[in-house]
Design a protein. Structure first.
Length: 205
């Protein structure tokens, strides 16, 4: 199989964690390295992760861009419904991917990593709860984030919760969100991409 390049990751960041399983499912011959690699540090001066470099020197950074590029390389017989069945559904898929990638992850990063006053911490937590409530409301209406079939929205969105369950969202938190819990179990236990790494995964305590 032709070597298609190298992808540099910051793990366990939810912006990065889907990419190895996605590449494996798509049959892409991509090497994964961490973001401390000397070549990465020299080649990508912004030090954004994920970043991708093909064998012929084509470079990309930003998670959504790399997701789209990897999926564009899928084999012609790939049956996975990444983008729904209409232009409207595809727009909704990217809406959820963008929401996860921006507001949802930033709210948790603010809560966990940024030095803040107690009031700032409380505001960041409230923001993360509002984001979770948006997932819950949608999943009370539909089995998946975009209608009745799983899409890229689900397998990317679930990465937020995989990370959250490792750092601050625990069993008592998840009990408040039964629709999220049901959806989460369907994706991590049964999806042919995500279950490769995360089957059986749940809150640590």
């Amino acid at each position: 199989m032709t070597d298609q390049g190298t992808c540099y990751l910051l793990l366990p960041s939810p912006r990065n964690s889907l990419l190895p399983d996605l590449a494996h499912y798509l049959g892409l011959n991509i090497t994964f390295k961490d973001n401390k690699d000397p070549h990465y540090l020299e080649t990508f001066p912004l030090h954004r992760a994920p970043s991708f470099e093909s064998k012929d020197g084509f470079k990309l950074h930003e998670a959504m861009t790399i997701l789209k590029y990897f999926i564009s390389l899928r084999p012609v017989d790939c049956k996975y419904n990444f983008f729904g069945h209409s232009k409207r559904e595809e727009a909704q898929v990217w809406q959820w991917v963008s929401f996860t990638n921006s507001d949802c992850i930033v709210a948790l990063v603010d809560y966990l990593d940024k030095p803040m006053t107690p009031e700032g911490k409380k505001a960041a937590w409230k923001w993360s709860e509002q984001n979770a409530q948006e997932f819950e409301r949608q999943l009370e209406r539909t089995p998946y984030l975009v209608g009745s079939e799983k899409t890229l929205a689900d397998i990317y969105g679930v990465q937020l919760f995989i990370w959250g369950f490792q750092v601050c969202w625990y069993k008592d938190w998840l009990a408040k969100y039964p629709a999220i819990e049901k959806w989460f179990r369907k994706i991590v236990d049964n999806d042919e991409i995500v279950s490769r790494t995360y089957k059986g995964f749940g809150p640590e305590k």
